[in-house]
Design a protein around this ligand. Sequence first.
Ligand SMILES: [Zn+2]
Length: 95
Amino acid sequence: MYSDKTLTCADCGQEFIFTASEQEFYAARGFSEPRRCPTCRAARKAQRNDSGYSSGSRGGYGGYDSGSRPPREMFAGPNVLEVHEVMTSTDLPVT
Ligand SMILES: [Zn+2]
């Protein structure tokens, strides 16, 4: 028979209860005692998912980056317009 155990989380150092039923579950599967509290385990899981997601959404961020450039182009806008005017004015005689 198992009895509840108090373990210390390797991540946050917080004590957590490793319940008798959990011990049974772990023993049945051949797992060793958990080293992290359920909170940290969940956090790690979430982090894994997050990193997976973020690597997927990095393209989106890149899109945002190039999307945030237009403001700069707005500064360059007048120049572009001038260049365009010059181009057309020089183009006109040519044609
Ligand atoms: Zn923890």
